[in-house]
Structures are given as structure tokens and as C-alpha cells.
Design a protein around this ligand. Sequence first.
Ligand SMILES: [Zn+2]
Ligand SMILES: [Zn+2]
Length: 424
Amino acid sequence: MTVLEDVDAILSYGDCCDACLGRFFGKRSHGLTNEERGRALRIARVIERHEPYVPPAGDCCICGGLFDSLDEWADRVVTALEELEYVTFLVGTRVPPLLAENEEMIWSDLSLSHAEPMKSEMNREIGKRVSAKTGRVVDFKQPEIVVVLDIANRAVDVQRSPLFIFGRYRKLERGIPQTHWDCRACRGAGCERCNFTGKQYPDSVEELIGLPISTTLRADGAVLHGSGREDIDARMIGTGRPFILEVVGPRKRTIDIPALERAVNESAAGRVEVNLVRPAARSEVETLKSSRSHKKYRILVEVDGVLSDDAIESALSALRGVTIQQRTPARVAHRRADKVRDRTVLDIQYLGREGAGVLVEVLGEAGLYIKELISGDGGRTRPSFAQEVGMPARVTRLDVVLVQDPTEEENHGTSQRSAEEDAV
Ligand SMILES: [Zn+2]
Ligand SMILES: [Zn+2]
């Protein structure tokens, strides 16, 4: 069949608009819009047959008039994006299946192999128009905004891509979890026990950092991805713990690092402190969470008995540089697989006495359980401080003083273990 015979066959299904007619041949020639192509085909047919030109009737049997309303759709998108800060965007289209079937039936009846689907013409034509009206740029790879045209409901859905910020935090107060926990009693619904907040703890590091930032960027919320986590009762001091904050659905995208840092440090003063370093990419989150960094802890140890400085020193030197066998601690056994792990105590130093306690600094391989290193965990951890001194011992205070930055320094971890295993 010649192209004009195909045109005759297509129009025998009913009159269609120039855009829909041209789209049946969309991949046959470039440099024309489908509408121009359709109009050219209609004219070629007139010239060959010496018939008068008849424009499309305006009641398209394929798109039902959708391609007559491109400017209207573009205006709808521009209005939906009015309040947003963005440079790049991408248009997607949800075509009702019944509409798509109109053209798909003709493709297969006539074995047309150069047709373009309705969806891709909509995406391109609306993208061009929005770009012309707003001066913003279509980006296929990493658009800041994705607009989905919901044809059936004559509506547009706007998806705002998240922003990522890399930094380090210090947690100066004990009792704050790293991320928000739903109330155990009501699972977040809100009840008397949680004072109808839905939360197990009133604050979290995630909220103390995330809230001022998501307020400034007019976002829907923020998620904190930490390079491991400290226990709720541990402080995180020293140079701080590396993290990436994911800002969800921001309406503003200008990241003024010093201003955001100030906003957090003022509102969380004395509790959490951040050093925001730079904007980050989504791909860095996985690296940060899966990398295993060494950590240094400062702990206060209490012993049931009296120990001389010499006894302490000799117990610590029996642990220094030694590989410890740790069976999953009793306190976490209900949520982690029961197995024995080998972890090395890279360094351990006696710092002196504090009250009745002994102050110790430990540099541990990633995943070393510090509390059990001291207590022995009923024999599940060997060797241990308690075993070496021959009397019960326990950690009564724990601070993390150093977490290596996995994105900036070489990672000395022996293997890629799950960050969930991060232990203190
Ligand atoms: Zn049409
Ligand atoms: Zn509750």
C-alpha cells in the first residue's frame, strides 16, 4: 500500500484531526510536527485526486479533541507550577486505555509500523509549550519536577524531586533517637499514652535537623540517612556523624548551606548541632548507608568490686588489637539473626577515673558491640573486659566521639555489611 492508500484506509474509520493522522506516520519523517505532517498528507491526497480540500471536521475519532486542547493543557501545567522554584522539568501523560485503543486498533488492522503513540506526542508537545511559556528546560534524566497529565480527569499531578544535603551531626543530649519512632501503643495513630502525637519520643535527630530545613524549603518533610546510628542513650560528639538529609517534595530548591545550618543550630540549640557540608546526590545515600566505618567511643565503665590501675591496664591490653567473638547480643536477639561475628578492637585506652567509674576510649571495627565487649553478655562475647578482670562490669554511659566519613575517607571495613548491624 502507498502512503496515500494508508491515509484513505485510516480515514475510512472516521474523520480524525491532523495531529492524529500525522502521528500514524510519525516515525517516517522528521522535522515536522504530527499536525503539519497530517495536514500535508491531506493536501497531497487532494492534489492527486483533483478534489476540493476538506479540513478535519473537528470531532476526532482517535483523540476526541485532545490535540485541539494542547494550549489549554500547557496553561494548566504552567498554573500548577507557578509557586515552585525549578529549572528543569519533564512531562508525562496518563492516556486513558480506551483512547489509546482507538489508534492501536488501526495500527494492527493496517500493519502500520511507523506510528508514534499518543502519549509521546502529548509529552513532547506540552513540554515544548511549557518550556516556551516559562523559560524552563525539559530534562529527561534528572528533572527537578515531573508533571503527569491526567487526561481522564483533566488534571495535572506534580511530583517534586527530593533534594539531598550531606553533613555531620553531633547529638549533645541523651535520650533522643536518631529517627522518629511511631508510638508502640497506637503505631502512630495517636493515643493517650503518646499524648496524641503518634510518637514514642517527642523528638528525634531527624526531626530536629529536618524540620527547620523542610520549613525553609517549603517541603513535605525530611528523612535522615545516617552512616550508622548511636544508641538512644548515647551522645554523638567529637566531629559528628556523617548523614545525608533527604528533603521530600521541596517547593524551593535554592540550598543556602550557611542559612540552613544556622536555622538548625538555632532551633536545636544544646541538643543537636549540625555542620552542613554540601548538596549531595541521591546515589550517595546507598554508599553512605552501606559503608562500614570504624568508630571511636568514650565509655564510663562500672565494676562490681575494686580494681587497681594495673589491673585495668592489663585487662585492656588483653583486648587491644584482639579479634572478639560476639554472638548476637541478648538485647537485640529478638530482631537480629543469632550468629557469631568476629570484630576487632583496634585500640582501647584507659583515660582515668570518674567517680566510681572507669573512663575508657575504644576504637572498634564497624559492627563491634561495645556494651557487650565490657559486660561479656553472659558469655556470649569473648573475650570481654568482665572476663579479663574476673568481676561483673557494665557500661553506664556511652558517647560516640568519631565516625569516619565514608564519602571522604578510605573505608577500612573488612566487608560490606548491612548498616542495620551498626552496633554500639
Ligand atoms: Zn485527534
Ligand atoms: Zn500513641
